[in-house]
Design a protein around this ligand. Structure first.
Ligand code: SAM
Length: 283
Protein backbone atom coordinates (compact mmCIF):
# COMPACT_ATOMS: atom_id res chain seq x y z
CA UNK A 1 0.00 0.00 0.00
CA UNK A 2 1.58 3.38 -0.95
CA UNK A 3 1.55 6.40 1.38
CA UNK A 4 -1.49 8.00 -0.24
CA UNK A 5 -3.59 4.83 0.06
CA UNK A 6 -2.46 4.38 3.62
CA UNK A 7 -3.66 7.89 4.45
CA UNK A 8 -7.06 7.17 2.90
CA UNK A 9 -7.23 3.87 4.75
CA UNK A 10 -6.59 5.68 8.03
CA UNK A 11 -9.42 8.06 7.39
CA UNK A 12 -11.93 5.50 6.30
CA UNK A 13 -11.27 2.70 8.81
CA UNK A 14 -11.67 2.89 12.57
CA UNK A 15 -8.43 2.66 14.57
CA UNK A 16 -8.39 -0.08 17.24
CA UNK A 17 -9.11 2.55 19.94
CA UNK A 18 -12.01 4.02 17.97
CA UNK A 19 -13.36 0.55 17.27
CA UNK A 20 -13.30 -0.31 20.99
CA UNK A 21 -15.08 2.92 21.89
CA UNK A 22 -17.90 2.31 19.37
CA UNK A 23 -17.99 -1.38 20.27
CA UNK A 24 -18.65 -0.51 23.94
CA UNK A 25 -21.31 2.02 23.02
CA UNK A 26 -23.10 -0.48 20.74
CA UNK A 27 -22.98 -3.12 23.45
CA UNK A 28 -24.42 -0.75 26.04
CA UNK A 29 -27.25 0.42 23.77
CA UNK A 30 -28.22 -2.85 22.05
CA UNK A 31 -26.51 -5.84 23.68
CA UNK A 32 -24.82 -6.58 20.34
CA UNK A 33 -21.20 -7.70 20.72
CA UNK A 34 -19.32 -6.49 17.63
CA UNK A 35 -16.50 -8.96 16.92
CA UNK A 36 -12.98 -7.55 16.43
CA UNK A 37 -12.96 -8.83 12.84
CA UNK A 38 -15.86 -6.50 11.94
CA UNK A 39 -13.77 -3.33 11.81
CA UNK A 40 -14.29 -2.77 8.06
CA UNK A 41 -18.01 -3.48 8.30
CA UNK A 42 -18.46 -1.12 11.24
CA UNK A 43 -16.33 1.57 9.59
CA UNK A 44 -18.43 1.37 6.44
CA UNK A 45 -21.66 1.63 8.36
CA UNK A 46 -20.57 4.54 10.53
CA UNK A 47 -19.24 6.34 7.47
CA UNK A 48 -22.85 6.68 6.27
CA UNK A 49 -23.52 8.84 9.35
CA UNK A 50 -20.32 10.86 8.75
CA UNK A 51 -21.50 11.60 5.22
CA UNK A 52 -24.96 12.51 6.48
CA UNK A 53 -23.51 15.10 8.87
CA UNK A 54 -20.75 16.23 6.50
CA UNK A 55 -18.01 15.42 8.99
CA UNK A 56 -14.76 13.64 8.25
CA UNK A 57 -13.57 12.09 11.51
CA UNK A 58 -14.85 9.16 13.53
CA UNK A 59 -13.85 10.95 16.75
CA UNK A 60 -15.93 13.98 15.87
CA UNK A 61 -18.88 11.72 15.10
CA UNK A 62 -18.45 9.86 18.39
CA UNK A 63 -18.57 13.19 20.25
CA UNK A 64 -21.65 14.27 18.34
CA UNK A 65 -23.36 10.92 18.96
CA UNK A 66 -22.71 10.82 22.69
CA UNK A 67 -23.32 14.52 23.36
CA UNK A 68 -27.05 14.11 22.84
CA UNK A 69 -27.16 17.44 20.99
CA UNK A 70 -28.64 15.96 17.80
CA UNK A 71 -32.09 14.56 18.58
CA UNK A 72 -32.64 11.10 17.12
CA UNK A 73 -28.98 10.53 16.24
CA UNK A 74 -28.60 7.52 18.53
CA UNK A 75 -31.65 5.96 16.83
CA UNK A 76 -30.18 6.65 13.37
CA UNK A 77 -26.86 5.18 14.47
CA UNK A 78 -28.61 2.02 15.71
CA UNK A 79 -30.53 1.83 12.42
CA UNK A 80 -27.28 1.80 10.49
CA UNK A 81 -25.36 -0.72 12.62
CA UNK A 82 -28.06 -3.43 12.98
CA UNK A 83 -28.30 -6.36 10.58
CA UNK A 84 -31.89 -6.65 9.39
CA UNK A 85 -31.85 -9.60 6.99
CA UNK A 86 -35.17 -11.46 6.98
CA UNK A 87 -37.82 -12.89 4.65
CA UNK A 88 -41.28 -14.44 4.69
CA UNK A 89 -41.53 -17.96 6.16
CA UNK A 90 -37.84 -18.03 7.03
CA UNK A 91 -37.18 -21.52 8.45
CA UNK A 92 -40.50 -22.93 7.21
CA UNK A 93 -40.79 -25.70 9.85
CA UNK A 94 -41.37 -23.05 12.53
CA UNK A 95 -44.42 -21.78 10.66
CA UNK A 96 -45.67 -25.30 9.95
CA UNK A 97 -45.56 -25.91 13.72
CA UNK A 98 -47.34 -22.60 14.43
CA UNK A 99 -50.12 -23.09 11.87
CA UNK A 100 -50.46 -26.80 12.74
CA UNK A 101 -49.77 -28.14 16.24
CA UNK A 102 -49.73 -24.80 18.03
CA UNK A 103 -53.01 -23.41 16.70
CA UNK A 104 -54.75 -26.79 17.06
CA UNK A 105 -53.70 -27.03 20.71
CA UNK A 106 -54.54 -23.37 21.33
CA UNK A 107 -58.02 -23.70 19.81
CA UNK A 108 -58.66 -26.77 21.99
CA UNK A 109 -57.67 -24.85 25.13
CA UNK A 110 -60.14 -22.09 24.27
CA UNK A 111 -62.90 -24.59 23.46
CA UNK A 112 -62.38 -26.36 26.78
CA UNK A 113 -62.42 -23.09 28.73
CA UNK A 114 -58.70 -23.25 29.57
CA UNK A 115 -57.83 -19.96 27.84
CA UNK A 116 -59.68 -16.69 27.20
CA UNK A 117 -60.53 -16.19 23.50
CA UNK A 118 -57.53 -13.96 22.71
CA UNK A 119 -54.41 -15.09 20.86
CA UNK A 120 -51.35 -12.95 21.61
CA UNK A 121 -48.29 -13.43 19.41
CA UNK A 122 -45.04 -11.45 19.61
CA UNK A 123 -42.35 -11.30 16.95
CA UNK A 124 -39.46 -9.91 19.00
CA UNK A 125 -36.76 -8.38 16.77
CA UNK A 126 -39.15 -8.47 13.82
CA UNK A 127 -37.00 -6.38 11.46
CA UNK A 128 -39.08 -5.30 8.44
CA UNK A 129 -42.13 -7.35 9.47
CA UNK A 130 -41.94 -10.49 7.33
CA UNK A 131 -41.88 -12.77 10.40
CA UNK A 132 -44.97 -11.22 12.02
CA UNK A 133 -46.95 -11.16 8.77
CA UNK A 134 -46.01 -14.81 8.08
CA UNK A 135 -47.54 -15.67 11.48
CA UNK A 136 -50.63 -13.56 10.74
CA UNK A 137 -51.00 -15.39 7.41
CA UNK A 138 -50.86 -18.78 9.21
CA UNK A 139 -53.55 -17.58 11.64
CA UNK A 140 -55.72 -16.32 8.76
CA UNK A 141 -55.40 -19.69 7.05
CA UNK A 142 -56.66 -21.29 10.27
CA UNK A 143 -59.46 -18.78 10.87
CA UNK A 144 -61.99 -21.63 11.14
CA UNK A 145 -60.18 -22.77 14.33
CA UNK A 146 -60.11 -19.25 15.77
CA UNK A 147 -63.76 -18.26 15.37
CA UNK A 148 -64.65 -15.77 18.14
CA UNK A 149 -61.00 -15.43 19.13
CA UNK A 150 -59.41 -11.97 19.02
CA UNK A 151 -55.94 -11.91 17.48
CA UNK A 152 -53.20 -9.61 18.73
CA UNK A 153 -49.98 -9.70 16.70
CA UNK A 154 -47.15 -7.50 17.91
CA UNK A 155 -43.84 -6.90 16.11
CA UNK A 156 -41.03 -5.07 17.90
CA UNK A 157 -37.50 -4.07 17.01
CA UNK A 158 -34.84 -1.69 18.29
CA UNK A 159 -34.55 -0.02 14.88
CA UNK A 160 -37.16 2.60 13.96
CA UNK A 161 -36.19 2.43 10.29
CA UNK A 162 -37.17 -1.23 9.91
CA UNK A 163 -40.39 -0.68 11.87
CA UNK A 164 -41.44 2.05 9.43
CA UNK A 165 -40.97 -0.42 6.58
CA UNK A 166 -42.87 -3.12 8.49
CA UNK A 167 -45.85 -0.77 8.88
CA UNK A 168 -45.77 -0.08 5.14
CA UNK A 169 -46.07 -3.87 4.52
CA UNK A 170 -44.80 -3.58 0.92
CA UNK A 171 -42.20 -6.07 -0.28
CA UNK A 172 -40.15 -7.09 -3.30
CA UNK A 173 -39.93 -10.60 -4.71
CA UNK A 174 -36.70 -11.22 -2.76
CA UNK A 175 -38.63 -11.26 0.52
CA UNK A 176 -41.29 -13.50 -1.00
CA UNK A 177 -39.19 -16.32 -2.45
CA UNK A 178 -40.60 -18.90 0.00
CA UNK A 179 -44.21 -17.81 -0.48
CA UNK A 180 -46.03 -20.21 -2.74
CA UNK A 181 -48.31 -18.77 -5.43
CA UNK A 182 -51.53 -19.74 -3.65
CA UNK A 183 -50.50 -17.84 -0.53
CA UNK A 184 -49.25 -14.92 -2.57
CA UNK A 185 -52.64 -14.59 -4.26
CA UNK A 186 -54.55 -14.93 -1.01
CA UNK A 187 -52.49 -12.70 1.27
CA UNK A 188 -50.95 -10.01 -0.97
CA UNK A 189 -51.98 -7.38 -3.48
CA UNK A 190 -49.59 -6.98 -6.41
CA UNK A 191 -48.51 -3.48 -7.45
CA UNK A 192 -49.21 -2.58 -11.09
CA UNK A 193 -45.40 -2.37 -11.54
CA UNK A 194 -45.23 -6.14 -10.97
CA UNK A 195 -42.22 -5.59 -8.64
CA UNK A 196 -43.91 -5.11 -5.29
CA UNK A 197 -46.51 -6.90 -3.21
CA UNK A 198 -48.42 -5.42 -0.26
CA UNK A 199 -49.89 -7.50 2.57
CA UNK A 200 -53.70 -7.40 2.36
CA UNK A 201 -55.54 -5.29 4.97
CA UNK A 202 -57.38 -8.39 6.26
CA UNK A 203 -54.02 -9.92 7.26
CA UNK A 204 -52.64 -6.65 8.62
CA UNK A 205 -55.64 -6.17 10.86
CA UNK A 206 -54.53 -6.88 14.43
CA UNK A 207 -50.84 -6.45 13.55
CA UNK A 208 -49.03 -3.68 15.37
CA UNK A 209 -45.40 -2.59 15.40
CA UNK A 210 -43.52 -0.69 18.06
CA UNK A 211 -39.98 -0.07 19.25
CA UNK A 212 -38.64 -2.27 22.00
CA UNK A 213 -35.14 -3.07 23.21
CA UNK A 214 -34.76 -6.73 24.21
CA UNK A 215 -32.48 -5.71 27.06
CA UNK A 216 -35.48 -4.05 28.74
CA UNK A 217 -38.58 -5.60 30.32
CA UNK A 218 -41.55 -5.94 27.96
CA UNK A 219 -44.73 -3.95 28.50
CA UNK A 220 -47.86 -5.80 27.41
CA UNK A 221 -48.62 -9.47 27.07
CA UNK A 222 -48.54 -12.07 28.39
CA UNK A 223 -47.94 -13.77 25.05
CA UNK A 224 -49.04 -17.24 23.99
CA UNK A 225 -46.21 -17.49 21.50
CA UNK A 226 -43.00 -15.48 21.07
CA UNK A 227 -40.75 -15.76 18.02
CA UNK A 228 -37.23 -14.62 18.87
CA UNK A 229 -35.03 -15.63 15.97
CA UNK A 230 -31.70 -14.63 14.48
CA UNK A 231 -30.95 -11.80 16.86
CA UNK A 232 -29.35 -13.39 19.93
CA UNK A 233 -26.70 -14.73 17.58
CA UNK A 234 -25.25 -11.17 17.86
CA UNK A 235 -25.47 -11.14 21.69
CA UNK A 236 -22.91 -12.32 24.22
CA UNK A 237 -23.90 -14.35 27.25
CA UNK A 238 -24.73 -11.32 29.42
CA UNK A 239 -27.09 -9.82 26.81
CA UNK A 240 -28.68 -13.20 26.15
CA UNK A 241 -29.34 -13.72 29.86
CA UNK A 242 -31.07 -10.35 30.15
CA UNK A 243 -33.12 -10.87 26.97
CA UNK A 244 -34.19 -14.42 27.88
CA UNK A 245 -35.23 -13.30 31.38
CA UNK A 246 -37.52 -10.63 29.93
CA UNK A 247 -38.91 -13.01 27.30
CA UNK A 248 -39.75 -15.67 29.88
CA UNK A 249 -41.47 -13.02 32.03
CA UNK A 250 -43.56 -11.99 29.00
CA UNK A 251 -44.70 -15.55 28.22
CA UNK A 252 -48.12 -16.74 29.40
CA UNK A 253 -48.23 -20.01 31.36
CA UNK A 254 -48.20 -22.74 28.71
CA UNK A 255 -46.82 -20.24 26.17
CA UNK A 256 -44.11 -21.10 23.65
CA UNK A 257 -40.77 -19.54 22.73
CA UNK A 258 -39.51 -20.18 19.20
CA UNK A 259 -35.79 -19.57 18.69
CA UNK A 260 -33.58 -19.37 15.59
CA UNK A 261 -31.26 -22.22 14.57
CA UNK A 262 -28.10 -20.39 15.72
CA UNK A 263 -29.43 -18.44 18.70
CA UNK A 264 -27.97 -20.87 21.29
CA UNK A 265 -29.92 -20.26 24.49
CA UNK A 266 -30.43 -23.85 25.69
CA UNK A 267 -28.41 -23.34 28.88
CA UNK A 268 -30.25 -20.11 29.76
CA UNK A 269 -33.90 -21.11 29.57
CA UNK A 270 -34.29 -22.05 33.26
CA UNK A 271 -37.85 -23.12 33.98
CA UNK A 272 -38.79 -23.49 30.29
CA UNK A 273 -39.22 -27.03 28.99
CA UNK A 274 -37.60 -27.99 25.71
CA UNK A 275 -40.20 -29.34 23.24
CA UNK A 276 -38.08 -29.43 20.08
CA UNK A 277 -34.72 -28.13 18.84
CA UNK A 278 -36.29 -24.73 18.22
CA UNK A 279 -39.08 -24.76 20.79
CA UNK A 280 -39.45 -24.11 24.52
CA UNK A 281 -42.61 -24.02 26.64
CA UNK A 282 -43.36 -22.23 29.90
CA UNK A 283 -44.87 -24.64 32.43
C1 SAM B 1 -31.48 -10.53 11.44
S1 SAM B 1 -32.88 -9.63 11.99
C2 SAM B 1 -33.98 -10.97 12.41
C3 SAM B 1 -35.38 -10.75 11.87
C4 SAM B 1 -36.34 -11.92 12.09
N1 SAM B 1 -36.52 -12.20 13.50
C5 SAM B 1 -35.88 -13.16 11.35
O1 SAM B 1 -35.45 -14.12 12.01
O2 SAM B 1 -35.93 -13.20 10.13
C6 SAM B 1 -32.32 -9.08 13.60
C7 SAM B 1 -33.08 -7.87 14.13
O3 SAM B 1 -32.78 -7.71 15.53
C8 SAM B 1 -32.84 -6.33 15.83
N2 SAM B 1 -32.16 -6.08 17.11
C9 SAM B 1 -30.83 -6.07 17.36
N3 SAM B 1 -30.62 -5.80 18.65
C10 SAM B 1 -31.82 -5.65 19.24
C11 SAM B 1 -32.24 -5.35 20.57
N4 SAM B 1 -31.36 -5.17 21.56
N5 SAM B 1 -33.56 -5.26 20.81
C12 SAM B 1 -34.46 -5.45 19.81
N6 SAM B 1 -34.13 -5.72 18.54
C13 SAM B 1 -32.81 -5.82 18.25
C14 SAM B 1 -32.21 -5.67 14.63
O4 SAM B 1 -32.58 -4.32 14.49
C15 SAM B 1 -32.71 -6.57 13.47
O5 SAM B 1 -33.83 -6.00 12.83
Amino acid sequence: MDGRNLAVQEIITLTPEQFTRFQRLIYRETGIRMQEGKVTLLSNRIRQRLRHHGISSFDEYYRLLTSGTVPGEMASFIDCITTNETHFFRTPTHFEWFGGLFLTEFATRIREGGHEPVLRVWSAACSTGEELYSLAICAAENAHRLVGCRRVFLGTDISEAVLARAREARYTSRALELVEQRRLDRAFVADPDGQHWTVKPAIRQGCEFRRHNLLEPMRGGPFDCIFIRNVMIYFDRGSKEAAVRHLVDALAPGGYLVVGPADGIHDLVGQLQKRDTFLYQKP
